[in-house]
Design a protein around this ligand. Sequence first.
Ligand code: ZN
Length: 88
Amino acid sequence: MRSLSISSAIAACLVSPYSLALDAHVHGAAVLEVAKEGGEIEAVLRSPMANIVGFEYEARSAEDKATQANALEILKNANNILKLSASA
Ligand SMILES: [Zn+2]
């Protein structure tokens, strides 16, 4: 059975926005790495926080925390951001 998983890298990025903010990055640019091994496909999305939630400071307000939590829930489900072709 083919399965698709998103690396925990996304979760790490969302949980630790400062670590991302310290790295050189370009707003509006993201990298999606996809690898296939056996029957599994793994995808890693690397993106500045600003691309995903609209801010890149530590979420402190209830609104920002909700935005971050919602984004994480969406990204944790690979089917929300990737569609495999029937032949993949
Ligand atoms: Zn930035």
